[in-house]
Design a binder for this molecule. Structure first.
Ligand SMILES: [Zn+2]
Length: 392
């Protein structure tokens, strides 16, 4: 398999849900699936799409470029500043009509979007509730390195329903602004519109009586600001490669190939559309294979397993043994397999062996480019998945 260059999934560049590039990529995947003879369902959704311009903060003699927070309302005011580095400090502050800096301990990790359906910790809920009560005019987030992608600094909030104007910048630039005196002029150039998107599902029914469903998935959307080559054009290339090899499938399972559209968005629109369409069929899923960030040059392919019984463990080991650069890897949660694994469904995640110390350092940044992808590894991963689906 060539990674496809400009003709393949790598050619679409940055493609967050709601973008024109996302719709063109969806069209490409649909045409490929239909060319291979799959029936394709198209689940429509609408979603917020975000565009931003240059933003800045100025106070006394200090000036800093800041980044607009995702989906932030536009903002341009000069106001008094307060700061908080913990939930207790936030609760003790008078924030109404002021610009609130969040930094230090409270700004160590991104908050899940409010009421995120799969995971929403109480600590995050408490911060949202405090902000509801405190009503700052705007929030400036002073952050460092993101714990699980390459962003530095990163936004604490990535949530279209978060309606407080927000911007983010690095800790040292924020410290200079906090040391200066007087009101802070904060300009955020940002707007959000409602746009259409689609979740595709390509299917092939079992030959004879069905023994349940096998779902193979790889998210096709990207975060904002990245071409998303490893994360996850590479996964979609493997998905399409597995589909090509399975187009004549005549086994006892219904096959569903799902290019999830929304993994790198807090709104998980495509995932929700798919689960809703699936309904009670959820319990018929016998195995989920999720492909996310495979094929990093210089690495090998890791497969992690969740909820597999002994016979499937054995089948997995046999299939792994057929391939030179595929091995078992540690469990991880930051992917679409978790939606199923948390519910007790047998699942596999296919990724690069350097996921944590390599891929996650560059993911969600402009550095995630096609030159990092090894097409031979993608080929091998597609062959492995097709073999497993044929023999499980
Ligand atoms: Zn991903």
């Amino acid at each position: 398999m060539s990674t496809g260059g400009l003709g393949g999934i790598f050619g679409f560049g940055e493609r967050p849900i709601g973008s024109e590039a996302n719709r063109r990529a969806t069209e490409f995947v649909r045409a490929e699936a239909e060319r291979m003879g799959y029936a394709v369902r198209r689940l429509a959704f609408t979603c917020p799409y975000w565009e931003k311009g240059p933003s800045s903060a100025e106070r006394g003699g200090a000036r800093a470029e800041v980044f607009a927070g995702p989906f932030s309302p536009a903002f341009d005011e000069a106001l008094e500043v307060v700061a908080a580095s913990s939930l207790d400090e936030l609760k003790a502050q008078e924030c109404a009509g002021k610009i609130l800096f969040l930094r230090g301990e409270i700004a160590q990790e991104p908050l899940m979007p409010r009421d995120f359906p799969f995971y929403f910790p109480d600590a995050h809920k408490a911060v949202y509730e405090a902000l509801d009560e405190k009503k700052p005019a705007a929030v400036v987030m002073a952050t460092g390195a993101h714990p699980s992608c390459g962003l530095n600094p990163f936004p604490l909030f990535d949530d279209a329903d978060f309606r407080i104007p927000a911007a983010f910048l690095g800790e040292s630039a924020a410290a200079k602004l906090l040391e200066a005196a007087g009101p802070l002029r904060l300009k955020i150039d940002s707007r959000t519109t409602e746009q259409p998107g689609e979740q595709l599902v390509a299917t092939k029914p079992a030959a004879g009586e069905s023994q349940g469903k096998i779902v193979v998935c790889a998210h096709m959307d990207t975060a904002y600001g990245t071409p998303g080559a490893l994360d996850n054009a590479a996964g979609v290339a493997v998905l399409l490669g597995a589909m090509e090899r399975l187009k004549g499938f005549a086994g006892p399972h219904d096959l569903e190939f799902v290019p999830f559209n929304g993994e790198d968005s807090g709104m998980v629109k495509g995932q929700m559309a798919y689960l809703e369409a699936l309904g009670e069929e959820f319990v018929r899923i016998r195995l989920v294979v999720n492909i996310d960030a495979p094929g990093c040059k210089g690495a090998t392919t890791h497969v992690s397993a969740y909820n597999l019984d002994e016979s499937r463990q054995k089948r997995l080991e046999e299939e792994i043994a057929r391939h030179l650069r595929i091995g078992r890897g540690p469990e991880w949660v930051e992917g679409d397999h978790s939606i199923f694994a948390f519910q007790g469904i047998p699942a596999l995640a296919v990724t690069s062996s350097n996921l944590r110390e390599g891929v996650m350092r560059i993911s969600h940044t402009p550095r995630d480019v096609e030159a990092l992808v090894d097409p031979v590894l993608l080929e091998e991963a597609a062959e492995f998945i097709a073999g497993l689906v044929n023999r499980i």
